[in-house]
Design a protein around this ligand. Sequence first.
Ligand code: ZN
Ligand code: MN
Length: 252
Amino acid sequence: MNSVKLAEMDWMSYRDRVKDGECTILLPVGAIEQHGPHMSLNPDVLIPEHIACRVAERSGNMLVAPPIAYGYKSQVKSGGGNFFPGTTCVSGRSLEEYAYDVILAYVAHGNREFIVVNGHFENSMFLVEAADRAVEHARLSGIEIKVVLLSYWDFISATTIEKVFPEGFSGWAVEHGGVLETSIMLKIHPELVDMSKAVDIPPAEFPPYDVFPPDPAWVPSSGTLSSPAKATAEKGKWILDECIAGICRTFG
Ligand code: ZN
Ligand code: MN
């Protein structure tokens, strides 16, 4: 009862909740992607879904759609690349069409406001295109909709980064499977993390270009781009608290 996950509602309760367009739909979008030997394949799905649910609970006027779990192809310099077993990605075209179709299906139920909560860096521009085209399509049908697109990590302040990385921050680019994501997962899904398997490596270094086909030798063999060794659930709580509060303050 009173779930913020719309898929857990019966259709009549859902209809009555959204038909006037007063409810905001939060749509988490992630990826199925290796995150090192110490963590499951789905942090990019579970983290934005968790944040969306906490935001919706606080707002009272939002519902969370089932996440789009598959994301755009993992890239060597941001996600370790598309060649690890388990990393299961779709083309930009597929992601764009899928997100576009899902948004417009919710528009047909009466919804007018959306917040797409992204959890996988590589998705970004395909979600921009989906949002832009959905807004335009609705407009041509005489319906005004608004789509906010955010990536949760953009709500993490420099102050929190300093607190989480007292010895210095190696930068966002190498955070894949590192302290940030691992800390959040230790907080929300400790059963999906095994710190005894965490590989302690220096931050990956890459040339200032990409090459196709990508070269697996560029990527640390563990699959993470920096060390998760200093991750803790407490750091995860600091990060989550700030993201959730920031999103609520901006859109609540
Ligand atoms: Zn990730
Ligand atoms: Mn990712």
